[in-house]
Design a protein around this ligand. Sequence first.
Ligand code: SAM
Ligand code: SF4
Length: 326
Amino acid sequence: MVSLADTHGRHFEYLRLSLTDVCNFRCTYCLPDGYKSSGPDSFLSQSEISHLLVAFSELGITKVRLTGGEPTVRPDILSVVNTIAKLKDIEKVALTTNGYRLDALAGPLREAGLTHINVSVDSLDEDNFQKITGRPLLNKILTGIDKALTVGFEAVKINTVFLKDLNDFELPGFVEFVRRRNVSVRFIELMATGHSQNYFRKHFLSTRIIESYLHDRGWNEIAKRTTDGPAIEFAHPDYLGRIGMITPTAQDFCRSCNRLRVSSRGGLQLCLFGEGQYDLRPYLDSSHQKEDLKQKVAEALFLKPRAHNLESGAIGATHTLSMIGG
Ligand code: SAM
Ligand code: SF4
């Protein structure tokens, strides 16, 4: 099996593909004023996605996460999932969603071949949820999560951005939520992006306090496998679910990086906090361009930086995570 590698000894099996920049939510840390189109919305077509994924799978990518914007605003979401799931070397097809259509889509997504799903839920209180995301949809989303738990996904996870004074006080509620649900809630540390620096100064809170909270209550850290993502996870014998933390500023976060990102317009981004993208779109028109596309990706990878430079305030060119998918 071929494997994509960079000059720092890291291997890449995992591609995050953004399907659209459009989103119908207004999360205060991401798109506080809602999505604003800046020109014709020409997101990758199904056929371009197929050419892209065939090439990446031949380069050793086995896991794909679909993200956005909100990927389920695409009317063709089920066929996109199915196109990818049918590729022979792709073992996992995951989706990150705000969950607004999950009550209706959970079953069809699973049938289309989706294997893993992450739903973003920043509060378990309807008013607070609306305050953070701009939409009064918490109950509908929770119904969707319960539905997702019944249709046979390999994993259902919740992403919660940990926010000082906005949802940090809900930690006990989230822990209680996983007592009887086989869900992993993962608290993500707020990241500063070009458009959210004041917000970051006001609401950033280290997830370290979650670790002490869990330790004090009998939760234990689970040993990580090398193929696991960047989260540290905790389990407790009395709880069906798990609690995890994703801490991009942690030392060594980049050492285990196994991810590449492609934007909804076909830009290969080597690091979430990197500057610039490599335009793959000119290579996506036809299957005959596959070898050129593979070469372009392998060449770009030589330039992947060893680590981001977030600690010194270098946040890269990403204005909001809705542009590339988090
Ligand atoms: N719309 C989908 C969703 O919300 O799940 C997918 C795209 S969203 C950009 C992907 C993830 O990035 C979400 O879990 C969201 O909470 C997270 N996110 C967005 N902006 C962030 C920020 N500034 N810091 C940390 N996480 C962020
Ligand atoms: Fe939309 Fe996801 Fe950004 Fe919220 S975090 S505004 S749901 S893209």
